[in-house]
Design a protein around this ligand. Structure first.
Ligand code: ACO
Length: 433
């Protein structure tokens, strides 16, 4: 039987045909964009749990089968082929992996834009010691628009590549500066001779009194971690970027809003929570007791790093991270007692009926914190690392949204407040804006 082209909606005596949209991978959506115009009805879908807000050709996620592809390429293949984070950024933003001349030109653009405006360096002196680096980052990025105002004219297409490169490159510099400032140590400038990840690690850990030795394994690991977090279609921060961008706000303010969304504990902060949980379990030495708490409906405790809104099987990123974890610790001949706790916890959960029956599997955050910790990155910086990684995804979505001439995002509501006191008030044509 061929797939239907329309869905029929019956409201009272009225029947309306609604077009069915089919995605490349066979995903189906009912197009409701003219529903209000044709019937006076709007759709009600709090938190947009069942709403496709756009058509997108950047990232494909299949939560039932555990598939993640960037521009059609499975994440496993990108990792296996040793693609770099910079190449992934190019892939997401431009739609294809760069050939050698495109790759060179892109790297050069990143190098040229790696320095933050020198005047902005003084901002770091004014933030209170102990300020959260995510708050610093979102403020600094918003301030970029003051120093590079050309991006306000977002119709100037020739500036978009430069502003995108500036963001991808400078944010790394800002993140490392924020960390150095939090320690009270002198900042370390970016170097054009280093790769993207090596450069970041050097800015984080080099010091005038103890030069930093850049290890190949660390660079490889950081590269993998950033790639795995680079995009994940319409999550909360990406939707924020697309929504704010639709008002034609400049790119920097838009990305700054995305960073603010990501800073929320329900979004970017889970791997930090995993570390806290592992430490607690390590101290108590009792997984069963912890599981009893998690299963208790009256207890808010959750097995952090497990479960996902979209994935109802293994998160493909979690499989890759676990393999990287084993490889990295073996290659470096190091160990972390929390890794053993994580292994035991995962094994126990995967054989426990509670988790099996609810399709709860490890997500990307279960092992990522342990790896960031192994790289020497403090827990306070974990969400910043996420932001660094997610930048190419946000930029790709912003560009796609601008390119599609998206109208300003303006959802509807179902008003449940006091009755309007204007006698002639007609709620269908209230003229709100
Ligand atoms: N531990 C224990 N029970 C869980 C967990 C968990 N981690 N996740 C879901 N459940 C239970 C729920 O209590 C619910 O049980 P019930 O059917 O008896 O009521 C059932 O599984 C379904 O859960 P939902 O809440 O419907 O799952 P939802 O899709 O809303 O939530 C979420 C997804 C928020 C990720 C959830 O699994 C969770 O809180 N996980 C822990 C936090 C975490 O790891 N977040 C990172 C996600 S990945 C990312 O953001 C990059």
């Amino acid at each position: 039987m061929s797939s239907p082209k329309n869905a029929i909606l019956t409201i009272g005596n009225q029947q309306i045909e609604l077009p069915i949209i089919t995605g490349t991978e066979g995903e189906k959506a009912i197009d409701l964009s003219d529903l209000r115009k044709n019937t006076g009805f709007v759709t009600y879908d709090p938190s947009l749990m069942n709403t496709a807000v756009c058509k997108s050709s950047i990232t494909y996620v299949n939560g039932e089968k555990g598939i993640l592809c960037y521009r059609g390429i499975p994440i496993e293949r990108l990792i296996k082929d040793g693609v770099s984070f910079v190449q992934i950024a190019y892939l997401l933003v431009h739609g294809n992996l760069p050939n050698s001349s495109e790759g060179k030109a892109f790297s050069q653009l990143l190098n040229v834009n790696s320095l933050m405006h020198e005047d902005m360096r003084h901002f770091f002196d004014l933030y209170p010691r102990g300020a959260h680096p995510m708050h610093i980052l979102s403020t600094m990025i918003n301030a970029l628009a003051v120093y590079y105002p050309n991006v306000d004219l977002l119709s100037l297409k020739e500036d978009i590549d430069i502003s995108s490169a500036r963001l991808i490159s400078t944010v790394r510099t800002m993140a490392a500066f924020a960390y150095k400032k939090s320690l009270g140590e002198p900042i370390v400038y970016p170097r054009n001779d280093l790769s993207y990840c090596a450069n970041f690690l050097n800015m984080m850990f080099d010091s005038p009194v103890a030069p930093y030795h850049i290890s190949e394994q660390d660079v490889r690991l950081l590269n993998v971690l950033l790639i795995l977090h680079a995009d994940h279609e319409q999550n909360c921060s990406t939707t924020t970027v697309r929504t704010i961008g639709s008002a034609q706000v400049n790119l920097y303010a838009t990305i700054s809003a995305g960073i603010s969304a990501l800073s929320g504990p329900l979004h970017g902060g889970a791997n930090q929570a995993v570390m806290e949980m592992l430490r607690k379990i390590q101290k108590d030495g009792n997984i069963k007791k912890f599981f009893d708490k998690v299963k208790d409906k009256n207890n808010p405790a959750r097995l952090m790093g497990f479960g996902h809104r979209v994935y109802k099987t293994f998160d493909p990123r979690a499989r890759i991270i676990k393999a990287e974890c084993t490889r990295y610790f073996q290659e470096r001949h190091i160990t972390d007692p929390l890794l053993q706790v994580a292994f035991e916890l995962e094994k126990a959960a995967l054989t426990d009926d509670y988790f099996i029956s609810r399709n709860l599997y490890p997500n990307v955050d279960f092992y990522s914190g342990i790896l960031y910790r192994a790289l020497g990155i403090p827990e306070k910086m974990f969400t910043v690392m996420f932001a660094l990684a997610r930048l190419p995804g946000w930029i790709a979505h912003w560009r796609e949204m601008i390119g599609a001439n998206t109208r300003i995002v303006r959802p509807r509501q179902v008003y449940i407040g006091k009755k309007c006191r204007i006698p002639s008030c007609n709620s269908d044509k209230s003229g709100v804006n």
